[in-house]
Design a protein around this ligand. Structure first.
Ligand SMILES: Cc1ncc(COP(=O)(O)O)c(C=O)c1O
Ligand SMILES: Nc1c(O)cccc1C(=O)C[C@H](N)C(=O)O
Length: 440
C-alpha cells in the first residue's frame, strides 16, 4: 500500500467509479481467467472465453467425433476461412470477401509480398520503367516481417540479377525514404502498432504518400486488430496481414488473416498455389487455376479445430464497436500509468526506477505501456510470481498490455500497486527471477 493511505483510498474509489461507468465491464465474466491473476498479456496471447471452450468441445466431440468427414458440408468447415475472414473484415474496416483466415502472419506475408512484387513488376513493364526492387520497412519491425523479406530475397536473387532488397529504416525516416527512393520501392511494409513501444504509424497518410509514388502498401495489424479502429477499404490499403491469438482471443497458434483490396484480386498471383486456392478444388484438375475471390489466398487444408475456436471467440465482438474498445483501452492504459506515477510519487525516489519507454500519452500508443529497466526480465518474473502476468521484450523492456474486454480498472490499480512495490523493495533480485530461461 502507498504510505499515503488517502492516496490508496482515492485511487480505489476512482477505480471503482471507472468500473461502474464502463459499458464493457460485464464482458469479463465471459472469460475463464484463473483466480487471483491479473492478465496484462492479452496483447501476446488472449485468454480463453467460455464460448471458445464450448466450441472446442463441440467441434471435437460432436463435429469431428460424430459427423466425421461429413462435417466439411454439414458444419460448413469448407467455408470456415471465408466465414471467419468476414467476421474479421468487420473489425478492420474491410469490404466483405476481402479477408481470409489462414496460415500465420509469416506465411501470409510470403504470399502477399510475392504477389505484390509481381504486380509491381507488371506495372513497371506496362509503364516501360525499371522494375522496382526495394521493400521499405521499419528497422524496429517485429523480426518475422523482416526475416520473411530476407528469405524471399534469397529465393529471388539466386540468379545474377538482384530482384529484391530489404530497406529497413528508423520509423521516423519512413516518410523521407519514400520521398527519396519512391521510384525504386515496390512495397511499403509496416507494422501499424510497434510491438515494443506501442508507437502507431499513420496508416492513412503513409498509404496515401506511398500510393502517390506508385508503391503498394502492406500493413501488419498484429497489435491493432480488435483494439484499434481501422478503415482498410476507406484508406485504400492494398494488403494487410494479422494474427488472431492476441486481442481476438482465438487461442495459441490460431490461424492468421490476410486482406487484399478487391480491386487487386483479379490480377493477383500468389506463389503458394495449393489446391484449396484453386478455382475448383474438388475437380482435382492437373493444372492450377486460381479461385477468383479471396479464397485464392488459401493453400492447404485449414486447421479446423483452431479456426472453429476462433470463430466462436469472434462472436463476442458482434455487439461491440471497435471505437468503444479503443476508448476503454486508452482509459485503462491512462489509469494504470497514472496509478504507477502517483504511487511512486508518494515514496522517496527509488535508486533504480522504471523509465517510460513509450509515448507519454496513452492515446498516442497502441493498447500497451512499456517501461525500460536493466532488470526488466526479473521484474516480469517477480510480477508473474505475484499473479500479474505481463511480458518482457529483450533487451530491457517490461510490457503491460490492456485488453479492454476482460480487464477492470481495479485490476489496473492492483497491478500498479504490485509493480511499484516489487521495484521499490527490489523483490525482483531473488535468484529465481534472475535466470533468463523462459519464453515470455
Ligand atoms: C507485429 C507482429 N507480426 C508478426 C508476429 C508473428 O507472426 P506469426 O503469426 O507468423 O507467428 C507477431 C507476434 O508474434 C507480431 O507481433
Ligand atoms: N506468437 C507468439 C508465440 O508463439 C509465443 C510467444 C509469444 C508470441 C507473440 O505473439 C509475441 C508477440 N507478437 C509480441 O508482440 O511480442
Amino acid at each position: 500500500m502507498p504510505s499515503n493511505h488517502k492516496l490508496a483510498a482515492d485511487l480505489l474509489a476512482k477505480a471503482k467509479k471507472l468500473n461502474q461507468e464502463d459499458p464493457l465491464a460485464s464482458f469479463k465474466s465471459e472469460f475463464l481467467l484463473p483466480q487471483n491473476v491479473i492478465y496484462v498479456d492479452g496483447n501476446s496471447l488472449g485468454p480463453l472465453s467460455k464460448a471458445a471452450k464450448n466450441r472446442a468441445v463441440e467441434v471435437v466431440e460432436q463435429q469431428w467425433g460424430n459427423s466425421l468427414i461429413s462435417s466439411w458440408n454439414v458444419h460448413d468447415w469448407i467455408n470456415l476461412p471465408t466465414t471467419v475472414g468476414n467476421k474479421i473484415a468487420k473489425l478492420i474496416g474491410a469490404a466483405p470477401n476481402t479477408v481470409i483466415c489462414c496460415d500465420s502472419i509469416s506465411v501470409n506475408l510470403f504470399k502477399l509480398l510475392s504477389a505484390a512484387l509481381l504486380l509491381s513488376a507488371k506495372q513497371a513493364a506496362d509503364d516501360k520503367t525499371d522494375a522496382r526492387t526495394l521493400i521499405l520497412s521499419q528497422k524496429d519491425n517485429f523480426p518475422t516481417d523482416l526475416y520473411m523479406v530476407q528469405g524471399l530475397g534469397q529465393l529471388l536473387n539466386s540468379g545474377t540479377q538482384t530482384k529484391l532488397e530489404l530497406m529497413s529504416v528508423d520509423s521516423k525516416d519512413i516518410t523521407r525514404s519514400i520521398e527519396e527512393h519512391g521510384h525504386r520501392i515496390a512495397v511499403l511494409m509496416l507494422t501499424h502498432v510497434n510491438f515494443r513501444n506501442g508507437d502507431i504509424h499513420d496508416l492513412q497518410a503513409l498509404t496515401e504518400l506511398a500510393h502517390a509514388k506508385g508503391i503498394l502498401v502492406l500493413w501488419d495489424l498484429a497489435h491493432s486488430a480488435g483494439v484499434l479502429p481501422l478503415a482498410l477499404e476507406e484508406c485504400e490499403v492494398d494488403f494487410a496481414v494479422g494474427c488472431t491469438y492476441k486481442y481476438l482471443n482465438g487461442g495459441p497458434g490460431a490461424p492468421g488473416f490476410a486482406y487484399v483490396a478487391e480491386r487487386l484480386l483479379p490480377d493477383l498471383q500468389q506463389p503458394l498455389s495449393g489446391w484449396l486456392g484453386h478455382k475448383k478444388p474438388f475437380d482435382f484438375e492437373h493444372d492450377y487455376e486460381k479461385a477468383a475471390g479471396i479464397e485464392q489466398l488459401l493453400c492447404g487444408t485449414p486447421s479446423i479445430i483452431s479456426m472453429s475456436v476462433l470463430d466462436a471467440a469472434l462472436d463476442m465482438f458482434e455487439t461491440i464497436s471497435v471505437s468503444d474498445l479503443r476508448a476503454k483501452s486508452i482509459a485503462l492504459n491512462d489509469f494504470f500509468q497514472s496509478c504507477v506515477e502517483q504511487i511512486n510519487a508518494s515514496y522517496s525516489p527509488s535508486d533504480s526506477p522504471l523509465v517510460l519507454a513509450c509515448n507519454e500519452q496513452a492515446q498516442m500508443r497502441g493498447s500497451q505501456i512499456s517501461y525500460k529497466h536493466p532488470h526488466a526480465y526479473a521484474i516480469c518474473q517477480a510480477l508473474i510470481s505475484e499473479g500479474v502476468i505481463s511480458d518482457f521484450r529483450s533487451p530491457d523492456i517490461l510490457r503491460i498490455g490492456f485488453s479492454p474486454l476482460f480487464l477492470h480498472f481495479t485490476d489496473m490499480l492492483n497491478a500498479a500497486l504490485i509493480l511499484t512495490s516489487i521495484v521499490r523493495t527490489k523483490r525482483y533480485t531473488q535468484p529465481q527471477f534472475l535466470i533468463k530461461n523462459k519464453v515470455t
